[in-house]
Design a protein around this ligand. Structure first.
Ligand code: PGA
Ligand code: MG
Length: 214
């Protein structure tokens, strides 16, 4: 293994409370009822537009013109990216101990992903940061993950992807990249096809090298 690529939301950071707060600002602006944190956790992982659509569907109809709601969500979220967001326990020590190039591949748009990393002192760990709008496709399309490996100067076989969702699992499979699955993230339902030897439930003392299959 020559590099490790990480998902962001639900994998390295517990960001759902700030996403939840911004979603409820957006919903109030649209005259809708609020959603719960648990609902929002189930809506994360396919990018911010999908999250806004899922919030709308949960509180009524999905409007024909979604643009103003995307704008309001992005505006509200940009104001409080890390007010309530924290690294999962053990993440910082794990990143500090890794002696390989590291990168991010998230479906969060690149600007908030970079700003969040700056605010939580994470940027210095990553050689490459790929957001949901950095390439022409979002996960589970393999393109952003393959793009991240290429930007590191590596092949997919030389990298490990670490994520928390069925989307991440499908992305890694489609890219033919080794995968490690953090079970403490935001995936609400079981992931069919995932092997038990691909899973870990705590960042404390995790040895990511054991997830690489040649
Ligand atoms: O859905 C999002 O916006 C981001 O989610 P991810 O960091 O888990 O890819
Ligand atoms: Mg995630």
């Amino acid at each position: 293994m020559k590099a490790i690529i990480f998902d962001l939301d639900g994998t390295l950071v517990h960001s759902a409370p700030d996403i939840h707060a911004a979603a409820n600002v957006m919903l109030a602006h649209a005259g809708r009822d609020p959603v719960t944190l648990e609902q929002v956790i189930g809506f994360i992982g396919n990018g911010i537009e999908k999250l806004v659509e899922r919030c709308m569907r949960a509180t009524g109809d999905v409007p024909d013109d979604m643009a103003p709601h995307y704008v309001e969500m992005n505006r509200a979220y940009a104001q409080d990216l890390t007010t309530l967001t924290r690294l999962f326990d053990g993440v910082r020590d794990t990143l500090d101990a890794i002696d390989l190039p590291m990168a991010l591949c998230t479906n969060k748009p690149e600007i908030p992903a970079r700003d969040l990393c700056d605010q939580l002192d994470l940027t210095r760990y990553f050689t490459v940061i790929t957001g949901g709008d950095s390439t022409k496709a979002k996960k589970p399309d393999p393109l952003p993950l393959v793009h991240t490996a290429v930007a590191l100067g590596l092949s997919v076989k030389e990298c490990l992807y670490v994520g928390d969702s069925i989307t991440d699992f499908r992305t890694a499979r489609a890219a033919e990249m080794s995968f490690a699955y953090f079970t403490g993230g935001y995936q609400p339902t079981p992931v069919e096809g995932l092997r038990t030897d691909e899973c870990f439930d705590t960042w404390d003392g995790v040895d990511l090298a054991r997830f690489v299959h040649r």
